[in-house]
Design a protein around this ligand. Structure first.
Ligand code: NAD
Length: 361
């Protein structure tokens, strides 16, 4: 009886693994035309554990020798492919129903990094044919001004996605502002209900936060198996670390979270098959932190002054790249890794939202 139960469970996991693989390549699921990550509810497994079952026998372990050269995961080129598919879909929507997706951005203050991110998002909208609108408010603006801008965009039927560029100045109540954003337009996925649905089995959030979604998409497109793997997420912010750890769990990784108060970060990280780091601390992750053959996604982007560059600065990741690349099986560079995927996922979420609004398939 026990043996039957175990083999049933193994069979189920094998079939989920192959269903996931086919979902990654299927063409007729509406969001799968562009995004390869499957719907989360499709990944739910019965949460049963059996001491004798070797559940992941069907998944070959990653083989790696130190002589192999790491694959550099080219986020820029993957994001370009996704953006080109989005451009085609936006065109198809316009030709079929005379509508295009619309994204609204609210930015408060003059933070250099926020203004760069916002400018890049608006430019990406223009390139893909998505309509964009922006409200810029001064640093010292009142909370009501932000809420009023938000309310206008909530009411505007030509807007399908709204994002409030974070972080907001200290005097503004970020929780109150994010709560006021229409759930159906929360393309950043930061609304508590979207975040809650991300955390719970059997639930499908309307939107998944863009950077974590981009990370999973990079893993899937790079052929990295997530199910049953040890994953470490460095950082536990609401924007990156927390949703990334939730998403990895929904994909059945065993997830540990390392943060600024973790006592033995190096030891914990060295256990990981997959490391996703989002601390914003340049060169934090040294070669000694990494297991040979691990897959490393570096979300960290820290601007450092660089007079030799045109912009006067360059971006540094969390990972000591030169050491890591000698050890790992795959790694994202900074820049050109996770960053471009974040914008691609924002465009994809906005397109999905418009498709949902117009029931356009
Ligand atoms: P945050 O400051 O809100 O959170 C940083 C997290 O890192 C915290 O949980 C903190 O505990 C942890 N941390 C800090 N120092 C640490 C240390 N020494 N060891 C272990 N953990 C440490 O930042 P965030 O908004 O989550 O962003 C993190 C980084 O990711 C930043 O560099 C940010 O610019 C970058 N980012 C990049 C993208 C992208 O698209 N590439 C998107 C969002 C954020």
């Amino acid at each position: 009886m026990r043996r039957v139960a175990i083999s049933w469970q193994n069979g189920l996991i094998t079939s989920i693994a192959s269903a996931t693989k086919s979902l990654h390549t299927t063409k007729d699921n509406h969001s799968c035309k562009i995004i390869m990550s499957p719907p989360l509810v499709s990944l739910d497994l019965p949460d049963i554990w059996s001491s004798n079952s070797n559940q992941y026998d069907s998944i070959p372990p990653q083989k790696f020798s130190n002589q192999q050269i790491a694959t550099v995961i080219d986020g820029k080129s993957i994001a370009e492919d996704i953006r080109s598919s989005i451009t085609s879909e936006v065109r198809r929507m316009k030709e079929s129903i005379g509508k295009v997706p619309g994204l609204a951005v609210i930015v408060v203050g003059q933070r250099r990094d926020s203004l760069i991110y916002v400018r890049n998002k608006i430019k990406a909208c223009e390139e893909t044919g998505i309509k964009s609108m922006m409200t810029e408010l001064p640093d010292e603006c009142a909370e009501d001004e932000v809420l009023s801008a938000l309310s206008n965009f909530n009411e505007d039927s030509s807007i399908h996605g709204i994002l409030v560029q974070l972080p907001l100045p200290q005097h503004l109540d970020e929780g109150k502002i994010l709560n006021a954003l229409s759930l159906e337009k929360d393309v950043d996925g930061f609304h508590p209900l979207n975040m809650g649905n991300l955390a719970m089995r059997g639930r499908e959030p309307l939107f998944i936060p863009c950077t974590p979604k981009g990370c999973i998409e990079l893993l899937i497109r790079s052929g990295v198996e997530i199910i049953g793997k040890n994953a470490v997420v460095i950082g536990k912010s609401n924007i990156v670390g927390l949703p990334t750890s939730l998403l990895l769990q929904r994909h059945h990784a065993t997830v540990s979270i390392v943060h600024a108060l973790t006592k033995n970060p190096e030891q914990i990280t060295r256990e990981a098959d997959i490391v996703i780091t989002a601390a914003g601390v340049p060169n934090l992750v040294r070669g000694s932190w990494l297991k040979p053959g691990a897959v490393v996604l570096d979300v960290g982007t820290f601007p450092v002054d660089d007079p030799s560059s045109e912009s006067g600065y360059r971006l540094m990741g969390d990972v000591y790249y030169e050491e890591a690349v000698e050890l790992v099986s795959a790694i994202t560079p900074v820049p050109g890794g996770v960053g471009p995927m974040t914008i691609a996922m924002l465009l994809s979420n906005t397109l999905d939202s418009a498709k949902r609004t117009y029931d356009f398939h």
